[in-house]
Design a protein around this ligand. Sequence first.
Ligand code: MG
Length: 449
Amino acid sequence: MGKLFGTFGIRRIANEVFTPEMVNRLILSFGTFIEGDTVVVGRDPRKSSEMLYHSVIAGLMSCGCKVIEIGITATPTLQWACRQWSHWGAMVTASHNPPEWNGLKLMEKSGKGLDPEQEAVVEELYFKENFRRVAWSSIPQGTVKRPVNQDYIEAIVSKVNAEEIRSRSYRVIIDCANGSPSLITPLLLSELGCRVVSLNAHPDGRFPGRNPEPTPQNLTDLTTLMKHGDFDVGFAQDGDGDRLIIVRDGGIFVSGDYSVSLVADTLAKRMGPGPIVTTVATTHLLKEIAHKTGRRFITTAVGDRLVAKALQETDGIFGCEENGGMIFPDFVWGRDGAIAAAWILDIMATSGKSLKEILAELPSYHQVKKKVSVEPGKKEDIIRKIDSVTASYPDRITLDGFKVVFDDDSWILVRPSGTEPLFRVFSESRDLAHAEKLVEEYLHIINSV
Ligand code: MG
């Protein structure tokens, strides 16, 4: 059996591999899995999304599922709607991938992405093609069209200290990548009293402004404007709005490890008990923040759904990833870029400090992150070698690759890619030279196999 699903949903080249037929078969599998229950359907503004959206709706109706259409929206907005109404969800999007891609993300009724075990059942149905079909007389008539973007914006405003934020009249830039956030985040920032300059903020599935992945090299327009203009903060999102990147005054890119720590530090001081949850690849600054406030620090394998699941199971207060993804468990069971932006403004407004000043108050940890390609045939040998080299360390974590945590809380993580012949080697230490040395040491081990 082929493997269809990746870390969250399925992504392929649109209308080449990811055709209406393939999407139809996938959604018939999902509609069969949920036994004809109601589904909230949304999409991003990609050129192929409208076509695939109709394929999704037709398949669901064929299974007897009632469909609530929320149209063009962000992935977290759809997840929020699923949770509000307690319905399953299907989102046509390829997140941050280039414009020729598309994909499908499936949600359970809490709004969290399907578990890998649930996906395995959907996948089995896909290959067996034993689909639920209702009789012609039972096909649901009409879909319910229920746009939610404005309700979602208002829900975010109600979650943060809006009056305090409004009183500051922040000057903010938001780069929406011409994706789904175009319809949401600039409006949210206006509602919060910000003076907003929006970049790439008309939905356009060709992504003419920039590549929809919010990496430093794709955000040069934003960093240049932040450097030369008079702005308090710059935000950038990916194509479907689940990720948020922060650029501070002076045009300085804030790393994901630091943007999530900034929010975790504030939430830990404000909220009741409950752990902070993240992946093995994220900074131990979060561990320091958790322990300082008497809470647990829980790590999972890489993948935001796994973080969301651990948050559900442990009553966590905050979940995050090293790429800047943030999960607020009282709002959406998945990463949410728009509410993350509102929280950053809340933290600035309630402290009365600039982002630069707030970041300077956090202890400094240094991360070094490298990727190394290897010969495909050597991947297993390298995994065995890393396993044996790290086996004797008492604090070794093997949830996802091999992570060794040393006595001074510095750490090294070696993770093989699931799809490509490459390894990711991450380290962290209070001392940059030490973090660099750890990565060099393990790159040497990988290259010597
Ligand atoms: Mg995304």
